[in-house]
Design a protein. Structure first.
Length: 464
């Protein structure tokens, strides 16, 4: 039987967050409403609580595991030079997940977790090699091993959470993750890139569902260690939804730039996924600030994606003047987008602080790309992991500002019928937190079913 480690568990949620500047923008609501004595109000909705911080930490590590696993399998299948470094980044993610488990269930629980968790990564590796070599017997063995992993890991979670995550439900979710990875890899290997990128988006989304379920089971198991706060509230769901979309944006921006520079066959489809993410982010902004807010957000946000595209083309062509222009355009974007956030949130994200955080995102993407171009793959994945992590701080900042701006809309229970009117054109309707979450979920579901062939925006694929 696993022994729980009950001291210092709340610190788990902040592990690894020390290098992220966005946390400085989070609002402190400890003096609002009715305080329980632990700093958390009974009536004021909270984005950042011990429970929601745990959820965020697990969302971050689980979704990062998924996206790096997908990248590793693609690169190993293609024989890319950076496959080894992608694998090393996956190992680092596993080490951080193991540390998270140890902070909750102690050293014994962490050792058992790491053994089981690492096994499925190894089996994915076996699957990749077998597929590349056309060894169907080895492929079947890898699939059988993954089926056994599903049962073993589900049993581990059942025991660790003392039934909070029953084995049957665990098997369903873990099998879903395994199938997400396999189906995306198989589609990629078969050249079915439309299916692959639909699958990647679905798989990322699924990891956030798993993060919510796992964190919820842990908090239910030991509520006092998390100040009796809740994992799933309208405010926490808003934070998770924005974390998801912001992190996905970063992953696809990096992926599209690499694919574009390499002239990869799936470049257009990586770009399609990035466009779909932008559409979902715009819809999310619309659910907060109405159609006018969404209309103001989308062209500004799209501009920095276009400028990253300009950077790729200029770098591939060795056109330093065009490269410098792209960098200047990105500098101007930082100022413009920070100004948008300042106005939209009525000063809750001041322009100066917004510029610091937005420029950090631009630097993360640029540094990851430049390291890749320089074939410094170790730094490529270091920058990628830092940049992916930073998006969760931006998600906290945005959601914190929105909840502080419209607190009545993020309380559990009855919601007012109309959103407050703002300088961004007013709200989109009642129960904004739930509305945003429903909007995101509906759009993601639609994106998995509807075909959309993205037109190539640049000629970069012709350069390599």
């Amino acid at each position: 039987m696993l022994k729980r480690k009950t001291k210092g568990i709340a610190a788990l949620a902040m592990a690894g967050m020390l290098l992220v500047p966005g946390n400085a923008l989070a609002h402190d609501h400890s003096d609002d409403g009715h305080d329980h004595g632990d700093g958390y109000s009974e009536y004021t909705p909270q984005v950042s609580t011990p429970a929601s911080d745990l959820r965020t930490h697990l969302d971050h590590l689980l979704s990062e595991h998924y996206i790096i696993t997908v990248a590793f399998m693609q690169k190993a299948f293609d024989g890319s030079e950076d496959a080894g470094e992608a694998g090393a980044a996956l190992d680092e993610n596993t080490a951080e997940l193991t540390a998270a488990i140890e902070s909750v269930y102690g050293e014994e629980g962490a050792q058992e977790f790491e053994r089981i968790w690492q096994s499925h990564i190894d089996f994915f590796g076996d699957l990749t090699v077998a597929t590349a070599e056309g060894d169907m017997e080895a492929r079947e063995q890898a699939e059988m091993n993954l089926e056994n992993y599903v049962e073993e890991f589900a049993a581990f979670l059942d025991a660790a959470t003392e039934g909070g995550l029953p084995a049957e439900a665990g098997e369903e979710n873990i099998a879903g993750h395994v199938e997400d990875v396999k189906s995306v890899f198989d589609a990629y290997a078969d050249g079915e890139f439309e299916e692959a990128y639909h699958g990647i988006r679905h798989g990322i989304h699924h990891m956030f569902d798993i993060g919510e379920a796992l964190s919820g089971a842990i908090v239910d198991q030991m509520p006092e260690e998390f100040d009796n706060t809740e994992v799933s509230t309208p405010a926490a769901d808003l934070r998770a939804g924005l974390n998801h979309l912001m992190a996905e944006h970063f992953a696809f921006a990096v992926l599209e730039m690499q694919k574009g520079y390499d002239g990869a066959e799936d470049f257009d489809f990586a770009g399609w996924a990035l466009d779909e993410n932008t559409s979902d982010l715009s819809a999310a902004m619309g659910s907060i600030y109405g159609d006018d807010g969404a209309a103001a957000f989308e062209p500004v946000w799209q501009s920095h994606i276009d400028f990253f595209g300009d950077m790729v083309v200029a770098t591939a062509e060795g056109d330093m003047e065009a490269r410098e222009q792209a960098e200047m355009d990105l500098d101007a974007y930082v100022v413009e987008f920070a100004g948008f956030l300042d106005e939209a949130t009525e000063g809750r994200i001041p322009a100066e602080a917004g510029e610091e955080n937005v420029s950090s995102h631009v630097a993360d993407v640029t540094n990851t790309f430049d390291a890749y171009v320089d074939e410094d793959y170790s730094m490529t994945y270091d920058h990628f992991r830092h940049g992916y992590h930073h998006m969760f701080a931006l998600g906290e900042t945005l959601s914190g500002a929105f909840v502080d701006q419209f607190p009545e809309e993020f309380k559990a229970g009855d919601m007012p019928e109309e959103m407050p009117q703002t300088g961004m054109g007013g709200g989109a309707g009642s129960n904004t937190g739930m509305m945003l979450w429903i909007t995101i979920s509906a759009l993601l579901a639609a994106s998995a079913a509807v075909y959309f062939k993205k037109k190539s925006r640049t000629g970069v694929t012709d350069f390599k």
